[in-house]
Write a protein that binds this ligand. Sequence first.
Ligand code: GLC
Length: 395
Amino acid sequence: MENKFGMFIHWGFYSLLGVQEQVLARNDMKNEEYEQYMHQFNPVDYDPEEWVLLAKKAGMKYICFTAKHHDGFCMWDTKYTPYNIMNTPYKKDVLRMLADACEKHGMLLSLYYSNPDWHHENAYNSLSTHQWKSRCPEKADSVKYREFVKNQITELLTGYGKIYTLFWDIPPRYEDKSLNELARKLMPGILINNRGYDQGDFATPERNVPDGSRFPAMTEACESVGEQSWGYRSNEDYFSARFLMKSIDKIMAMGGSYLLNIGPMPSGKLPEEGVRLIEKIGDWYQRMEGNLENHEADPFPYRIAGADAFIASRKNNKTYLHFYQGISSSAINFFSIPGAPRAVRLLNDGRALPVRFEKLPAYFDMGVARGPFYSITHIPADEFPLEPMVIEITW
Ligand code: GLC
C-alpha cells in the first residue's frame, strides 16, 4: 500500500454514551433503549475540515471512516434502512461532508463497514464472532443480508467520490467472492482488507506490533490513541506518544501502513487529549520527512555492537536504520557494513553524523569477532528520549 499513514475514525451516536463503540453489547443494553439515542445525536460542532487538517498536519494521507459499525447505524444517507444519520436531529449526511472536506484538501477517503449488524433483522451469522446483540437470530438469512450489504456498498462506492480502501470488519467466516468483485467493479483500484468475504488485498494486525522485520504481504496495522476504546470514551486511558511512535516506526520499517484511530465526541469535536497526541506524533513523523514511506527491505546483514533493536530498510541509494526503541549510546558500531557511507543523517533533527573507521578497535567485542569497524558517532541519544530514532545512510 503506497500510503503509509492514515487516520481511523470511529464515530456514531454511541459517542453520546462516552463508553465504547460497542456499548450496546458491552453494557448489555436493550437494543430498543440503545437505538433511542439516535434521536439525541446532533453534532452541531461537526466540522470535517478540522479532522482533515489535523490528519494533514500529522502527515497522514488518508482517513478511514466508520460508515457502519456493529450497531448497524449508518452514517450516510442510505435508502436501504431508516436507521441512519438523516433521521437524527442533525439530518445531514456526515459522510458526504467528510468526503467533500477530504476532496478539498487532497486527503484520500477509506471506508469501514461492519459485517455484524445488530439492527438488521437478517444479519445474524452463526459462524462469526460479535453477534451478541443481533436482533432476530431466528430470521438469519445470509442471502438477504448480503443483498443489503451489496446495495449499501454500491451506494458507498458510487456516491462519495474516490474511495481508497474498504475496511470490512469481523470476518463472516465464509467465502463469497462476489462482494469484493462488486467493490472492484465499482471502484477500480480499491484496496480491500482481509476481514471480508475473501482474503482481500491486505492484512490487518490490530493493537499489535508483530515480531519480525518484514511483513510477508501488504499490511495495514491499526491502533487507537485510547487504550480502552475506538469510539469516544469520556474517561479514556491514552497511550503515550512514545509507545505509539515506536509502533508506527516498527510497522513502517516492516513495510506496513499504520492507521491511527481517534473517536470524535458527540458534538463532532475531537477529544483534546487525542488531538494533542496526534500532533505530537505528527511532529515526529514530519521530521522523518516522509522517509518512512515506500521502503524496501534492506537485505544487508548489518552487525551492530550493543543491544539496540533496529530494522534496516532501503529506498534508492539510502539505507534507513530504524531504532524504534531509541538508541542507548552516542555511537553505533558496525562490525559488518556494505562499505563506506557517503553521508549519514539523523532524521529526528536532520543533523549530519560523523562516521569513523577504526582499524584497531576491539575494546568491546560483545561476542562478535574483533576487527576493524565503522562507527557512526555523536548521536544525541538523550535529546530524543521519547522518539524512535531513524538514521539515514547514503551510500
Ligand atoms: C475490532 C472491534 C471494533 C473495532 C475494530 C477496529 O474488530 O470489534 O469495535 O472497530 O476492531 O479494527
